[in-house]
Design a protein around this ligand. Structure first.
Ligand code: PLP
Length: 383
């Protein structure tokens, strides 16, 4: 169990990751088993019956992530999308969800093209405005799901203000914390009821495995999420759980370096292109810079910038030598993505235009290479 007096970096290394009781091995073993021997009928060892329900490697990871987010339990799934699906499948026909208008494209696709078939309805609002959230809540609203900062426009929502609106109306608030990780933002401390991550990104940090997590704050949520794990089976494998445990141990040092490199790259892009062409909460010109400073421990290393046109963006992308043009984010390597054709292709041109996602917009996930090398590559690619 977590000792809240210990610091974040210590907990990232030790919580859930005690030496193996049988051998003293300092790493949690990868338990490759689908089932567990019972000593008699109903006599399990430590409650383990079948690996869809529990696996000691996944259990260790869930304890670790629960500690880092400050929740009461964590529940790991095979991908971020599987985690969001698990959260949403607990609703009933007729229920309504209010979401951030400018969120991960895959989440919108799941809501609009899959979940609406089951009678759920979704409203998309600019959650930077807590009053807009209040106005969108209806008697049948069960959940408000926000992303902050948003993908890819980097707008920031006041978690505390939205949590107050939700709680006044008896609605739960879930926060997708993928872009910052618990090292830089802890939504539960600001009033969130559920924290969700695509662990594929910063929590894993090495671009070598997919995963997702839901962190609960109440026993009835835990029971609900455990039940969905058991019923739908979209759980994280023992090997991927191990990779994530390994990644999480260095989360604090990685995020410190992502943060430092992010600030340098953000300033470079603002100087080179003009601050109005760069979307990064770390810039003083960012409209929610003060809010980001207040509610986040750092600005992170995600940002977007405007190249002017699809042709200019493509020329830039093709000239890159060190940074990779690739989907995803949060790895040790610097990744560039073209939201209009990659992450936000499913959103449609009309909606993209409304959100400001132009054909010339590029998104950067600043890695932890030597920052001079990253800036040098951007400089030569900008021409
Ligand atoms: C990647 C991502 C997801 C989806 O997660 P997967 O692990 O790819 O399924 C959800 N939300 C955000 C903010 C993401 O970046």
């Amino acid at each position: 169990m977590s000792d809240t007096k210990l610091g974040f970096a210590t907990r990232a290394i030790h919580d859930g990751q005690k030496p193996d009781a049988a051998t003293g091995a300092v790493n949690v073993p990868i338990y490759l088993t689908s089932t567990y021997q019972q000593d008699g009928i109903g006599e399990t060892r430590g409650g383990h019956e079948y690996a869809r329900l529990t696996n000691p490697t996944r259990d260790a990871l869930e304890e670790s992530l629960c500690s880092l987010e400050g929740g009461t339990s964590a529940h790991c799934f095979g991908s971020g999308m599987a985690a969001i699906t698990a959260m949403v499948t607990m609703m009933k026909t007729g229920d309504h969800v209010v979401c951030t208008d400018n969120m991960y494209g895959g989440t919108g696709r799941l809501f609009d093209q899959v979940m609406t078939n089951y009678g759920l309805t979704f409203s998309y609002v600019d959650t930077r405005d807590a009053k807009a959230v209040a106005a969108a809540i209806r008697p049948e609203t069960k959940l408000v799901h926000i992303e902050t900062p948003t993908n890819p426009m980097m707008s920031v929502t006041d978690i505390r203000a939205v949590a107050e609106v939700c709680h006044a109306r008896g609605v739960e608030l879930s926060v997708d914390n993928t872009f910052l990780s618990p090292y830089l933002q802890r939504p539960i401390e600001l009033g969130a009821d559920i924290v969700m991550h695509s662990t594929t990104k910063f929590l894993n940090g090495h671009s070598d495995g997919l995963g997702g997590v839901l962190v609960a704050t109440r026993p009835e949520q835990a029971e609900r999420f455990r039940f969905v794990q058991k019923c739908t089976g979209g759980i994280l494998s023992p090997f991927d759980s191990y990779l994530l445990l390994r990644g999480v141990k260095t989360l604090a040092v990685r995020m410190e370096q992502h943060e430092k490199n992010g600030r340098v790259v953000g300033s470079f892009l603002a100087e080179r292109l003009g601050a109005d062409k760069v979307f990064y909460p770390g810039l003083e010109t960012h409209p929610q810079h003060e809010l980001a400073k207040r509610q986040q421990r750092g600005f992170g290393s995600m940002m977007s910038f405007e190249c002017g046109s699809l042709e200019a963006a493509n020329t830039f992308a093709k000239r890159l030598k060190l940074c990779y043009l690739a989907e995803s984010l949060g790895g040790v390597e610097t990744l560039m993505c073209h939201p209009a054709t990659m992450t936000h292709a499913a959103v449609g041109a009309k909606r993209r235009a409304e959100l400001g996602i132009t054909d010339g917009l590029m998104r950067v996930s600043v890695g932890i290479e030597d920052v001079g090398d990253i800036v040098g590559d951007l400089e030569q690619a900008l021409g």
